[in-house]
Design a protein around this ligand. Structure first.
Ligand SMILES: Nc1ncnc2c1ncn2[C@@H]1O[C@H](COP(=O)(O)OP(=O)(O)OP(=O)(O)O)[C@@H](O)[C@H]1O
Ligand SMILES: [Mg+2]
Length: 432
């Protein structure tokens, strides 16, 4: 695969944003296997005095109102559990996301991926307490209408509509009145094609009573409805769940192209990506039970684990390997653990999962990677605060019209509504 240029280089008139990470991870000529960057010196990354950074010099970076950078510092989120005890869900996380780049948040189930996304998107539940600093383009500001979109972990779709209807109604509801209906329709159809849904365009989404499109296709419809507006900040919670590895690769590579082309900042929680998908990401934030295990480029994570005695076996998927090292949900007894880790951790055969997590989180905190994160956060903060430009909204009347029409179509095609209305009428008749 030819190396692709950055959003700034490839898009004439695009924002003057310069990424802190390279556009693509280095690849070999065949374009399949990543090559670990030979210029990364482990010694320098762990040498606190060197304070090595891959960021470009100060002054070359600029915020602008049409792109969004997000930084978070010392972010804690806690919730009260059933026994009225406050429990920390995420513990002092630092990180950043930048335009034209895709940051993947990975970690075992329940480690706080969705909570981190919710905190960054400003949509935490009311029973949850958050402390720390989240800055948007260097400022503490709310995300203006249309600037960000969130694809939730569960699909919320109207089951009676076809894929085309669902995406077209969404386009009419979200795109501004300055766009004509044919332009909106064209955008909807382009997005459907981009997500590989052309073949099921006229199929109903379906639900519990009538089978429609598959779970993976529903996931892609949810992504379609959120990327229609080309938001400057996109949160994706498990965008590839339910997809086979080929579909996951295509969906992620299209999101990455979109991010580069539109200067979008993408933050996604990803469950166990394939090796190919893993190396597509520009940044990786690996969490274990609310703490950072690693934050940096995906290929650097392999080096980081190796430097701590956890050498990813040849020809195996790094994300599978990382998650096996840091998932303690299924630890039953120590004996079983040791057996498992004898295979996993050649250099440290007696390490159990809790110790492995402790080694990695402490090592990360003291490493040059962690220093680099802090330096990059500071750079983004001092680039000058810029307010995010609001996205034009369709008029209230237009939205009312589209919602009424959508509701009418839904009622017309939904057998359950007919059955319920029929039963209610019969019941009223009998009572009279
Ligand atoms: N509002 C809340 N109140 C109480 N506990 C919560 C709340 N939100 C999240 N949690 C708890 O925080 C932990 C992390 O949840 P979160 O949904 O962020 O995990 P996750 O990494 O996204 O998991 P998965 O991969 O399974 O989606 C869980 O144990 C969850 O029960
Ligand atoms: Mg989740």
């Amino acid at each position: 695969m030819a190396s692709q240029s950055t959003a700034t280089e490839s898009t004439p008139g695009a924002s003057p944003w310069r990424p802190l990470w390279p556009a693509d991870n280095t690849r070999n000529d065949a374009g399949t296997e990543p090559i670990i960057q030979s210029n990364i010196s482990l010694a320098s990354l762990f040498d606190l005095s060197s304070r090595r950074t891959t960021a470009i010099p100060n002054g070359a970076l600029q915020n602008d109102s049409s792109t969004i950078s997000v930084t978070w510092q010392d972010l804690w989120v806690s919730a009260v559990d059933n026994k009225r005890k406050r429990k920390s869900i995420i513990c002092g996380l630092n990180g950043f996301a930048q335009p034209g780049r895709v940051l993947a948040i990975m970690g075992p189930s329940g480690c706080g991926k969705s909570t981190l996304l919710d905190a960054l998107a400003g949509r935490l539940a009311s029973n949850v307490k958050q402390t720390g600093k989240i800055l948007i383009n260097g400022l503490e500001q709310k995300l203006a209408f249309g600037t960000s979109a969130y694809v939730t972990q569960d699909d919320v779709l109207i089951t009676t509509l076809t894929v085309k209807e669902a995406v077209c109604y969404s386009a009419q509801l979200q795109l501004p009145d300055t766009m004509s209906w044919s332009e909106k329709k064209e955008r909807a159809l382009d997005t459907i094609r981009e997500m590989g849904l052309e073949g099921v365009m006229d199929t109903r989404i379906g639900g519990w009573s009538s089978k429609g499109i598959s779970g993976g296709q529903k996931r892609r419809v949810s992504i379609c409805t959120e990327i229609l507006t080309r938001p400057k900040l996109l949160f994706l919670d498990e965008p590839t769940s339910g997809l086979d590895s080929a579909a996951a690769y295509h969906v992620m590579s299209r999101i990455i192209s979109l991010a580069k082309r539109e200067g979008m900042t993408v933050v996604g929680a990803i469950h166990q990506p394939s090796s190919e998908v893993f190396h597509l990401f520009h940044g990786l934030c690996l969490l274990a039970y609310g703490k950072t295990v690693f934050f940096g480029q995906p290929n650097e994570a392999i080096l980081f684990f190796a430097s701590n005695g956890f050498v990813c076996p040849h020809m195996s998927n790094p994300s599978d390997y990382f998650l096996r090292i840091i998932n303690k949900d299924f630890d039953k007894d120590e004996g079983e653990q040791h057996q498992q880790h004898k295979y996993d951790i050649e250099a440290q055969p007696t390490t159990n999962t809790t110790q492995a997590i402790e080694i990695l989180t402490t090592s990360f905190e003291l490493s040059g990677y962690s220093i680099r994160v802090s330096e990059n956060i500071e750079k983004l903060r001092f680039m000058g605060g810029v307010s995010v430009k609001k996205f034009d909204q369709p008029s209230f009347l237009n939205q009312c019209f589209v919602l009424t029409k959508r509701s009418f179509v839904n009622n017309l095609t939904c057998p359950e509504i007919w059955a319920t209305t029929g039963c209610a009428s019969l019941y009223t008749l009998l009572l009279e």
